[in-house]
Structures are given as C-alpha cells and as structure tokens.
Design a protein around this ligand. Structure first.
Ligand code: ATP
Ligand code: MG
Length: 564
C-alpha cells in the first residue's frame, strides 16, 4: 500500500494515514465515511468533506461509506435524503453498496446503552433541562452531581426500558453517561445519551422508536460498527473527541476508529450554516435550495459549475487545522479555468442595438465560418449567418469617444468578430433622443483580413437580426454585500447583508442561431460577456434562459474594459 502515490495534494491527515499504514494499524485498511444529517441540502463546505473522505479512500484503495446521521427526526426528511445522494454522485463519488443510516443501528445502540447501564456507566436522570443546565456548572466551576446519579442498576434498567416503551413524556427523563461532573471538558460532565421524542414519524423507522440517541453517542458507535478507520470531522468536534473515545472504550465494540479534526470551509460573501440556508430557501429570500446564488451543490449545478471545478477547488484550498475565510475568487477561478479550456465560443448580444448595413443587399445573406475555440482546433468550426440587419451591444457604440474607446463611433470603423469591418455613417434617434438604430456600410474586402493601410480600432460581437434567436440572461452577483455576512451590528440580522442586486435579468437578448439547439448542461463562452448555461428550471418549452456562470477575465476582455 505504501508505495502508492496519492494523486491529490498531501496534508496532515494523509500523513497520519501513511504512518498508520506503515505501523500496520487497522490491518492496512483505510475506511472513511461521509456522514451528513439529512436536514438540508449539501453545500460547498460539505463538498470539502466529501472530496476529502471519498478522495482519501480512492487514493489509498480504501472505502468510503455514505451514512445519514439521522437521529433528529423532526428536522429531517426524504427529500433531503434523496438530494444528498444525487449531489454526492454528481460530484463524482460512489459509495457502492455502502449506504447506511445511523437509524439502522437503533437496536444496537439501545443494547450498548443497556451494557453501559449494567456496568454502572449510565443512569436515567429525572432533572428537567433547566435544572440540568444549572447542575452542569461553567468553564470556571465544576458541575454538581445529579441526585439521580446513584440509582441502582436495576432501577436504571427498568426506567430505560420504560422510556423506550413510551411510559414517559418528552423531557421527563433522559439517559446520561456517568463520567465526571468535575471534568474541565464540559462534554464529559455526564452528557445526555438518549432523549424522549413522541409524535414524530422518523423517515426511516417510522414510529418504532420514541427515544432517540444523541449525536455524540451515535457517531462513534456507527463508525465502529462500519469498521471505519479514520473518522474525519470538523474542528468543532475536537472537544468532543474524549467523549467519542470514552463511548468506544466502555462498550464491547470490535474496533476503535480514530477521530481526526480539520477546519471547516468558510467562503466570503455567503453563509454556510444550514439553519441560515434553510431560512433563505424557506422564507423566499432566494428561489429555493437550488437558486444559482446559493452555495449549495444544487445551486452551483444549476448555475453551471462543473463537478471537476468543485473538486479542483477543494484540492486548492487544502486541509488544515486553521480557521480560514476563502475568497470567492478562488472558486470562480476554478470554474473559469475549466470553462476557458472546454467551453465552445458563441456570440450573444445582451443589450441589442440595431445596425442596418446599407450597402448589403436586402435579399442577400451568407454563411461565415468561425472557430468554436481559439486554442483548441479539435473543437472545430461553426457556421454563422450574416445579413443586412444585425444587432450589436449598446455599450459598443458611442457618438463620440476618445482614442481609448476601441469600439464603434460615428464616422468610425470597427471589426465585427468573425466577419467584416463596418463604418458608422448615421445615428437614428427617437423623439426622446435615444439612439435606436445605426446606419452603417461594410467593406466586402475585409473578411478575415485587415483593410490595408487602415487602422480599425477594435473588434465587437454581433448577431444577425434575421437569424438570431431571442431569449433572456440572468446575471448573478454575490448573494451578500459583505465578505462576512454573519457580522451584523447589535440587533441586526444576517439577511440585512443580502445584496439587493444579486440577480439581474435581461430580456430581449439575441443569441447566434447555433444556440437554438442548446441543451441543459451545455456550457458556452459568450464572447466578451462570460460563461453561460441554460437554466434548468427556466429554460422550458423552448425558452432560452441562460445563467451567467461566471464573468470573463481573459486578455481580450481586459483590453475591452480599459477601452470602456
Ligand atoms: P449541522 O448544523 O446540521 O450539524 P453541518 O454543516 O455540520 O450542519 P452535517 O450534515 O452534520 O452538517 O455535515 C456532514 C459532514 O460535513 C460533517 O462531517 C461536517 O463536519 C462536514 N461539514 C459541514 N460543513 C462543513 C464545512 N463548512 N467545511 C467542511 N466540512 C463541513
Ligand atoms: Mg453536523
């Protein structure tokens, strides 16, 4: 195993695994798991965990399980269960036949609790939530022992069985571990292992159970039952590790996985807490969990991100133990690089201005040829129709401009991308003084070559009016206007930081005729405008509605921006 070269970047967790393999720990096995709670959709932070867990397993020829951590039924549902599976698959990972639910282990978890009780290591406590908090102490003061802590094993066994049988109301009793109320680690002060929850129908176990195990109790046992070797989780569980180990050390499970913590991903201009994402989706701040502005996998997919770009991003940010806030630009660069290499080029006019080419005969039209990609010839050529009337972008014309403006001006010339040089002869305006049409002439000798001795200021894109197809584009900006939306002044709310201009919809756009055959999932560069894909929700019944995946920033765009 050790001669294998991991294909992904190395980090401290890989070093731990390398050492374990060298020392022969876990009989040379590497087995990880991704353990989502089905109480929301997966987000880009989960992607970090997925790429880590499945990636490590892949690179060491190990295994990775998908396990739903479903111990909190009132927030969970089957919609989430299904979409989580869809998203993990879409990211390119497969759990094969190892799809598990913590609820698969409810009986075993119960039996282990009986084991703990029998060994005098757990007890039924009758204190209410309020009182338990009081007895728990603080970081500075030790807690006090519950008056129920000294119950006999027989009484505890009887009460726990009756908890399960439904004899008690919610909150009336809990099962607690008997550890140490004076521990400096608050998690070790007789933590709750089981609570009572009546009247909820669990999405997997229905009404079979009215007691539910806590995460800190369920997780180590689920890991052990599945033979997990390395249980990778985020840093907030560091203080829970002693409890993870305590549980496994005090029951008769065959193996003891090692919990290792890494820092969670935080991304600028967005939020990652499921509670907040739920609020955005449910209260109409966005179109839903798959809104293209959301940091969810479903949102990124609908926006047009590729699985490869997200995996690439997860590799670039690395795995460490230090807190971090990653710039949105890092994610955007990943998709930009992917699409720059792979997306065919097209022309689309987002703010159309009509141009009539007076010396091009009304009845004529012709077919020009254009490369699908400037660097990758294997992507071939496409045909673009040209005719007397075309659209250009309003921003590509000014009546007057200084030399820095390299587009069309009155009396000036510009090259139409993949076509001819045109000259603006006349500007037509409506009664309000708005420019409504340009009258131009074209030079038939300029196809594919520069006019001799003449300086043409720039190149602009266009679409033939007769052939172009009409539709809509959606331009997205940051969902929040602050890099850290969680930072709010006293009395404020994170939704106060939402960016009111995060979605701009442009209607009446013209796309080159080749785009009439676009399918959901196709991604294009609209030259000078960015990378686009059809919106899977809006582009129905033949409507062309494109999402801008990300803006462009190649050299051509830079020159144009300076000129603007
Ligand atoms: P909750 O508040 O519901 O617990 P969670 O973000 O922890 O939310 P889980 O479904 O429990 O959600 O997460 C599944 C796995 O993904 C866990 O192992 C968790 O540590 C990891 N994870 C969650 N958020 C991030 C993040 N931002 N960065 C890296 N890993 C994450
Ligand atoms: Mg969690």
């Amino acid at each position: 195993m050790s001669e294998q070269k991991p294909s992904s970047p190395t980090h401290f967790i890989r070093q731990i695994i390398d050492q374990d393999l060298q020392s022969g720990k876990n009989e040379g096995r590497v087995h990880t798991r991704f353990p989502p709670e089905p109480n929301g959709y997966l987000h880009i932070g989960h992607a970090k965990s997925i790429v880590l867990n499945f990636g490590v397993a892949e690179d060491y020829r190990g295994k990775c399980n998908l396990r739903f951590d479903d111990t909190n039924p009132h927030k969970e549902n089957v919609e989430f269960v299904e979409n989580i599976q869809k998203d993990v698959h879409w990211l390119g990972f497969d759990w094969e036949d190892r799809l598990f639910y913590a609820s698969n282990y409810f009986q075993q978890l119960y039996d282990f609790a009986v084991e703990l009780i029998t060994a005098g290591k757990a007890y039924v406590c009758d204190m209410g939530a309020e009182q338990m908090r009081e007895y728990r102490g603080t970081l500075k003061e030790p807690g006090r022992e519950s008056p129920y802590r000294s119950r006999s094993v027989e009484e505890n066994l009887d009460l726990f069985a009756r908890m399960k049988a439904g004899d008690f109301a919610d909150g009336e009793r809990v099962l607690r571990a008997r550890i140490d109320m004076a521990s400096p680690n608050m998690n070790m002060r007789d933590p709750t292992l089981y609570r009572i929850r009546h009247g909820v129908i669990h999405h997997q176990t229905g009404e079979a159970w009215c007691i539910y195990p806590m995460y800190d109790y369920t997780h180590p046992i689920s890991d052990a039952l599945e033979g997990i070797t390395h249980s990778l989780c985020t840093l907030e569980f560091e203080d829970h590790r002693p409890l993870y180990d305590w549980v496994l050390d005090n029951i008769s499970v065959p193996c003891h996985p090692q919990q290792i913590e890494f820092s969670r991903l935080n991304l600028e201009y967005t939020v990652m807490s499921k509670r907040k994402l739920t609020q955005l989706a449910d209260e109409g701040f966005v179109e839903g969990w798959d809104d293209p502005r959301m940091p969810t996998i479903a949102g990124l997919r609908r926006r047009g991100f590729t699985p490869a770009s997200i995996r690439d991003f997860c590799h670039r940010i690395g795995i460490t133990k230090s807190d971090n806030l990653v710039e949105m630009g890092v994610l955007e660069n990943c998709i930009r690089e992917d699409l720059d290499a792979h997306a065919p080029r097209r022309m689309a006019v987002l703010h159309p201005l009509k141009v009539v080419i007076e010396n091009y005969p009304e009845a004529d039209e012709e077919t020009l040829s254009a490369s699908n990609h400037p660097k990758d010839e294997s992507m071939g050529q496409r045909e673009i129709p040209f005719s007397r009337e075309i659209y250009i972008d309003q921003a590509d014309f000014r009546e007057q401009a200084n030399k820095k403006y390299k587009r069309l001006v009155t009396g000036g010339e510009v090259r139409l991308r993949n076509a001819y040089v045109i000259k603006c002869e006349e500007v037509l305006k409506n009664n309000q003084g708005d420019i409504v049409e340009l009258r131009c002439t074209y030079d038939p000798d300029t196809l594919g070559k520069n006019p001799e001795g003449r300086k043409v200021r720039g190149v602009i894109h266009w679409v033939s009016a007769r052939h172009g197809v009409k539709g809509e584009v959606r331009l997205y900006d940051r969902l929040f206007s602050q890099p850290n939306p969680d930072k709010v002044p006293e009395g404020g709310h994170f939704t106060d930081n939402l960016n009111p201009d995060s979605l701009r919809t442009l209607t009446g756009c013209y796309f080159e005729s080749n785009l009439s055959g676009a399918a959901v999932g196709d991604r294009y560069q609209f030259e000078r405008e960015g990378y686009f894909t059809l919106d899977s929700r809006e582009a129905v019944d033949g409507r062309l509605v494109f999402n801008r995946i990300v803006t462009l920033r190649d050299s051509w765009a830079k020159i144009e921006n300076k000129g603007g």
